[in-house]
Design a protein around this ligand. Structure first.
Ligand SMILES: Nc1ncnc2c1ncn2[C@@H]1O[C@H](COP(=O)(O)OP(=O)(O)OP(=O)(O)O)[C@@H](O)[C@H]1O
Ligand SMILES: O=P(O)(O)OC[C@H]1O[C@H](OP(=O)(O)OP(=O)(O)O)[C@H](O)[C@@H]1O
Ligand SMILES: [Mg+2]
Length: 285
């Protein structure tokens, strides 16, 4: 029987969340520390543990069918590779930064200047498109230190909380792109592997929808029910069940994480009591 070959980062920021999403899809894999390849026990999936930066080429060559990888790496090294799902973790930006004390009025600042980065293609494409010529200095790590040691005038690197920029006395001046982990697919994927991917994707979608929603249970006096129900979305509509105590009902609904606190505040205002909020493991719609 054929298997879907998936690449995930061997170690680093994407590794844990990638393994978790596979596990949350109900797929068990042996995660031996130094293994480079592992098979799933209950799904036709083979996991390859690889370096992030190598993954685009493996996808291109069809050595793996799919991969969990940062969108930023695809922009840098795999513009020809498409992805089918945004996975909601490892959210970050790729940005240009300069020393805090520098006056920055616009991109022309970088004309004729030196930029240190691990993302040469991304920087070059962004600045050339805007008519700015720069000297790119490629370094693979600790990029933020470059201006302080006189290696470059500015840097381009990943920014998330901004604390690395802050610690190195730099300020973000241009956001080149925003990124998160995605499920990328090889253009050489076989029909059999594609059929398995469809099943995996269906599971991933259910997991992601579950992660983005909360199950809410509350008690409401019957005379307030209509008002309370009007603020609750629910998958189709809220469930209403009578409580043992006369004149009261229990209302169950699903709320998106984004609007969660606003809806909870409104529910309390409208007379809801005993509000319980539970995580949703999977949401199949
Ligand atoms: N500070 C951060 N916050 C959020 N996401 C990040 C952050 N730093 C990196 N990422 C995301 O995680 C991915 C992996 O980063 P990480 O630093 O673990 O690996 P790497 O050094 O780029 O790759 P390799 O696997 O080749 O060592 C990045 O490509 C980016 O998408
Ligand atoms: O805005 P922040 O939250 O500070 O995150 C940004 C930092 O995170 C990443 O480095 P990482 O910790 O992965 O180290 P690395 O350079 O060794 O990959 C990235 O290269 C930045 O330096
Ligand atoms: Mg890193």
């Amino acid at each position: 029987m054929s298997k879907l070959k998936i690449a995930i980062q061997k170690s680093g920021r994407l590794n844990e969340d990638s393994l978790r999403i596979i596990k949350d899809c109900g797929i068990s894999i042996d995660n031996g520390k130094d293994q480079l390849k592992a098979a799933a026990r209950n799904f036709p999936l083979e996991v390859f543990y690889l370096r992030n930066g190598d993954i685009p080429q493996y996808l291109r060559d069809g050595v793996v069918d799919v991969a969990i990888i940062g969108e930023n790496v695809l922009v840098e090294k795999g513009e020809d590779i498409s992805f089918v799902e945004r996975l909601g973790f490892s959210k970050c930006k790729v940005s240009l930064a300069v020393p805090k004390g520098q006056e920055y009025k616009g991109m022309e600042f970088f004309d004729g200047k030196k930029i240190a980065t691990s993302y040469p293609n991304t920087v070059k494409k962004y600045l050339t498109k805007r008519g700015v010529n720069t000297d790119i200095h490629l370094i693979n790590g600790s990029v933020e230190i470059a201006p302080n040691i006189g290696l470059a005038d500015g840097i381009c690197d990943i920014v998330s909380s901004g604390s690395t920029l802050f610690k190195n006395n730099l300020k973000e001046v241009e956001v080149l792109l925003t990124s998160e982990a995605v499920l990328a697919v090889s253009s050489r994927i076989s029909d059999e592997a594609q059929a398995i991917l469809n099943k995996l994707q269906f599971r991933i979608k259910s997991v992601l929808k579950g992660r983005n929603s909360k199950y809410v249970l509350l008690n409401a006096p019957d005379e307030k029910l209509d008002e309370i129900i009007s603020v609750l979305p629910g998958m189709r509509s809220p469930t209403v069940l009578p409580l043992a105590e006369k004149g009261w009902s229990s209302v169950h609904s699903v709320i998106s994480k984004n609007e969660f606190w606003e809806i909870i505040d409104e529910l309390k205002e409208k007379g809801a009591e005993g509000i319980l909020v539970c995580p949703i493991e999977k949401m199949v719609v």
